[in-house]
Design a protein around this ligand. Structure first.
Ligand SMILES: CCCCCCCCCCCC(=O)SCCNC(=O)CCNC(=O)[C@H](O)C(C)(C)COP(=O)(O)OP(=O)(O)OC[C@H]1O[C@@H](n2cnc3c(N)ncnc32)[C@H](O)[C@@H]1OP(=O)(O)O
Length: 633
């Protein structure tokens, strides 16, 4: 038997060969035991994907008329940083940068909407570099997707040093704008039609990001209530600085120069004022110049206008070894009127030494009950930020195969699971490898990755196919590799964690087991497919055991597209690791016969069950596996 060595010197065999580790047809590309590190994956790495965007930009797209394609909503702004834009250290103030970003993004939104637009929110921003006086800031914004009255605008900021001819990425952001017209109120937007591979990808993932931002506040509140309940007393540190010493309150009168072209207070100006008080607060803790690293989502809760007084308040909630969290809030009032909550945000600062390394910060001493609450919540938010960064923002090559699942990273894992599948599906260079009995097998080789797509059409309504395929407990009915499949955790109706065991195929060998997160999504609108994404995770209740070899799935899943009320296209995607690539490409013919067989049983299963969902009890959100020997549900 031919058993080549795959990545990390694990044996890899493919196709129909008898082996201890297998490349499954329709299901799991698997190679040996989990080591938890080091594989290059597609999955959910938004920051590196966007950071690399210039490197993997679509080849110049030539229109039929011979012109080079340019996104019709794209707006660019370039500014030389002058001393009047900078702080006393000669660095561009983040407040000024936020104003430029908001203006550029708004103009892009209005180009699409053809009507005035207002900023509803700006997602979390991570600033990678500071920008100095004399350098050039380049901002590019384009509408990724329009929903009903709101649209997501992608903003990328780079810095250019004209004297050394160098260019680097500063940050990427996503802002949501709402189109309004004074006579009619909300405007129904026309749809964005993606024309290039990058646009298709952004369009597709924009629906996932929207889902996250709309439930963001609720999820964070839930997480804070569970995580702060588990935290202990505030720790006493020597030389700790009283939180009250960092409290800042400042008022601004909104004058015509602070208004936008719709006569409400310019959103960028509000963010700049918020950044200003947050910086003063951070300075009071460290008595040094703080550098802003991250801003958690800005949400513009309601408008303010010329003549409003804006009260801006900031305080250091907690200081960790190298970073501090500042809470900042903007409220508006008119004359003797009530305060209206306009915006709040959390900003994270560092203090850099002369070599650019973060300095150790003084600790904070919270005061009063409210101070303790803010102190504890800052600890919980720090954990959430780290989880988020780990899953969503770290470089592709740094993402381990099996990420530990827990309630604090549930939302990000689900997002990254679906996004990885969407990124794979949006690739434009799938090659048709073979076709048999209406089942097509495609392959994609890119950046040392090999991916498969198997596609067919079935006479089953899309929703029914989605329901049938998303319950992995029934997969054994059409996939012989799924020997047993139990639900371990069902956190909500879209996410389920399963333990899947597969039969042993070599004499005396072990079977394999997988801990899989299955995330499902119904279409956001009629142009989206139904999706079921699969990836490996780890859960403490199910460590690898001696009975099975633990296998892992990088990225796999189904995209289900409704062609008509009764006809559905089913595509199955699966991503192989780089090490498997040379072996598979040599044996693509043997491999494909296995794909066809399983996919044909899948079609038969769907058509036989097109009128019923039968058999298994429905999955119950919130169900949790509660120990060995018990039934998972
Ligand atoms: C000095 C130089 C000048 C230079 C000047 C340069 C010009 C730059 C101008 C920049 C623009 C600004 O300054 S604007 C000023 C700052 N922004 C504001 O003042 C906005 C204040 N906020 C609001 O008015 C409101 O909260 C809205 C309109 C944003 C949302 O109101 P609402 O009551 O929630 O409305 P609702 O119908 O539920 O939702 C409308 C749509 O918004 C979406 N939506 C609602 N909340 C969110 C959210 N947190 N994140 C994302 N999207 C959201 C919904 O999904 C829905 O989309 P769908 O399902 O319909 O698709």
């Amino acid at each position: 038997m031919n058993t080549p060595l795959g990545p990390d010197c694990l044996p890899v065999v493919y196709g129909e060969l008898e082996t201890d580790t297998r490349l499954y047809s329709l299901g799991l590309i698997v190679h040996g035991e989990s080591n938890g590190t080091g594989s290059t994956t597609l999955r959910g790495d938004m920051s590196s994907e966007i950071g690399d965007r210039d490197l993997v930009e679509d080849p110049l797209f030539i229109l039929e008329r011979g012109e080079v394609y340019r996104n019709p909503t794209e707006v660019k702004m370039s500014q030389i940083v002058l001393p009047c834009h900078a702080n006393h250290c000669g660095e561009l103030s983040v407040g000024q940068l936020l104003k430029w970003m908001d203006s550029t993004a708004c103009l892009s939104a209005e180009r699409h909407a053809g009507s005035p637009c207002i900023t509803a929110s700006v997602d979390d921003i991570h600033f990678e570099h500071t920008i100095g006086v004399g350098q050039v800031v380049n901002i590019k914004a384009k509408v990724n997707r329009a929903f009903t009255s709101s649209m997501e605008v992608g903003i990328s900021v780079s810095c250019e040093d004209l004297f050394s001819d160098s260019l680097w990425n500063v940050c990427d952001a996503f802002a949501t704008f709402v189109a309004r017209r004074s006579e009619v109120g909300k405007v129904q937007l026309k749809q964005v039609v993606p024309r290039t591979q990058t646009e298709q990808m952004e369009y597709s993932i924009a629906a996932e990001r929207r889902r996250m931002r709309l439930i963001h506040a609720e999820i964070i509140t839930d997480l804070l209530s569970t995580s702060t309940a588990q935290l202990g007393e505030c720790q006493e540190y020597q030389n700790a600085v009283s939180a009250e010493r960092t409290r800042v309150e400042s008022v601004e009168l909104v004058l015509p120069p602070h208004a936008n072209h719709q006569v409400s207070t310019f959103g960028g100006q509000i963010m700049a004022w918020m950044e200003n008080v947050a910086t003063i607060s951070a300075c009071r803790l460290c008595n040094a110049h703080p550098t802003l690293r991250t801003i958690d989502m800005f949400h513009f809760r309601g408008p303010s206008h010329i003549g409003d007084r804006l009260v801006l308040k900031a305080i250091v909630n907690n200081a960790f070894k190298h970073s501090m969290e500042v809470g900042v809030c903007a409220e508006a009032y008119q004359g003797a009127g009530e305060l209206r909550h306009i915006n709040s945000a959390f900003m994270t600062f560092e203090v850099l030494d002369k070599d650019g390394k973060p300095r150790t910060l003084p600790r904070i001493r919270p005061e009063h009950v409210d101070g303790n609450r803010r102190y504890q919540e800052a600890i919980a938010r720090k954990k959430i930020r780290l989880d988020r960064k780990y899953i969503i923002s770290c470089k592709q090559t740094e993402v381990p195969l099996s990420v530990p699942w827990d309630t604090s990273n549930q939302m990000y894992l689900s997002y990254s699971n679906l996004s990885a599948l969407k990124i794979m599906a949006a690739q434009g260079n799938w090659m048709l490898s073979s076709e048999k009995n209406k089942v097509s097998l495609y392959t994609l080789e890119e950046n040392q990755m090999l991916c498969f797509k198997v596609e067919t059409t079935v006479n089953v309504p899309a929703e029914q196919a989605f329901q049938l395929l998303s319950d992995l407990r029934r997969r054994h009915e059409w996939d012989r590799h799924y020997q047993q499949c139990d639900v371990i955790i069902q956190p909500d109706e879209d996410d389920t964690i399963y333990q899947v065991t597969t039969p042993c195929v070599s004499r005396g060998g072990k079977g394999q087991d997988f801990i899989l997160l299955a995330s499902r999504r119904k279409p956001c609108d009629s142009r989206d497919p139904y999706l079921i994404a699969l990836r490996s995770v780890t859960v403490p209740t199910h460590p690898a055991s001696e009975d099975y070899t633990r296998g892992e799935v990088l990225c796999a899943g189904f995209s289900i597209i409704e062609e008509s009320s009764d006809v559905t296209t089913i595509s199955y995607y699966n991503q192989a690791t780089p090490g498997v690539f040379p072996y598979i490409s040599n044996d693509i013919a043997g491999l494909s016969s296995s794909f066809y067989g399983t996919f044909q049983s899948c079609s038969k299963y769907l058509e036989e069950n097109r009128d019923s969902l039968d058999a298994l009890p429905p999955l119950k959100p919130g169900a949790e596996w509660d120990g060995p020997g018990r039934t998972p549900l």
